[in-house]
Ligand binder design. Structure first.
Ligand code: SAM
Length: 243
């Protein structure tokens, strides 16, 4: 969907679709559950928040919780946030792929000639800041104007697809995973095509190992979901039918 040209009907449809997904995910998997909230109350971060149905769902499941949402400014093609005023939530318009300092890249390391040299952002999250639940539902938007180097690399810099629960953030495996993701982001953001494809090759090897070990389980778990998705997609108003 292109939010700058989308009509009200399409925006309403998108909103209710996100709400339905939030409700279904929570009903079926407890996706927005927080088992052991931190001492100062549940703290929730949403990295690509607008229009805001996931964040709203998470905040309503946890009365008294606080939310922080990052989301692309509608002025540069992002979706419009529509979070109700009764929620304790702070929204910041920013491009999350520009969070260089939070990804561990010092300002002095950014090459002056990099096409986004002046767009990278200073730290947005304090080093010691932690969250009980993090939502990341980014989507590469066609209408978002971007430097050309980003075109082939945007999905890698924007998207992470996983559900992770009971995270022990000081465990060596968790620390290693975060370091690996940061290295990939760095390669996708600053690397030559060679460096980037090396990092991707390495990533693909990881996928092969996972498929070898868990492939059949993934198919078994995915079949029901894929059927639902295929059925919903075949009925979606934005699917063109070719005769
Ligand atoms: C699928 S929508 C998220 C819907 C949301 N989970 C909800 O429940 O309403 C994807 C979001 O990613 C945002 N987005 C896309 N690129 C972004 C970027 N580079 N930085 C921050 N947000 C971005 C879009 O503006 C949009 O709000």
């Amino acid at each position: 969907m292109n939010p700058t040209t989308a009509n009200e009907g399409t925006i309403r449809y998108f909103n209710s679709m996100m709400k339905r997904i939030a409700d279904e995910m929570h009903d079926k998997t407890g996706a927005f559950e927080i088992n052991t909230p931190s001492a100062n109350g549940p703290n929730i971060l949403d990295l690509c928040a607008a229009p805001g149905r996931f964040l709203e769902k998470a905040l309503r499941v946890h009365p008294g919780s606080r939310g922080l949402g990052f989301t692309l400014d509608p002025a540069v093609g992002g979706h419009n946030p529509t979070l109700p005023n009764d929620l304790n939530v702070r929204l910041k318009f920013l491009d999350i792929t520009m969070l260089a300092a939070d990804m561990g890249v010092a300002h002095s390391e950014i090459p002056a000639k990099h096409p986004d040299a002046t767009n990278f952002l200073p730290r947005q999250l304090a080093q010691e800041e932690s969250f009980d639940l993090v939502i990341c539902d980014g989507q590469v938007l066609r209408q978002h104007p971007r430097a050309s180097y980003r075109e082939d690399r945007e999905a890698c810099r924007l998207l992470t697809y996983m559900v992770a629960k009971h995270i022990q953030r000081h465990h060596p495996a968790a620390l290693l995973a975060v370091e690996t993701w940061k290295r990939r982001w760095r390669a996708a953001t600053f690397g030559t095509d060679d460096v980037y494809s090396q990092v991707r090759l390495h990533g693909d090897a990881d996928v092969d190992v996972i498929l070898d070990e868990f492939g059949w389980q993934l198919i078994r778990l995915g079949r029901e979901i894929w059927n639902i998705q295929a059925q919903a997609l075949s009925e979606a108003p934005f699917i063109k039918r070719w005769k």
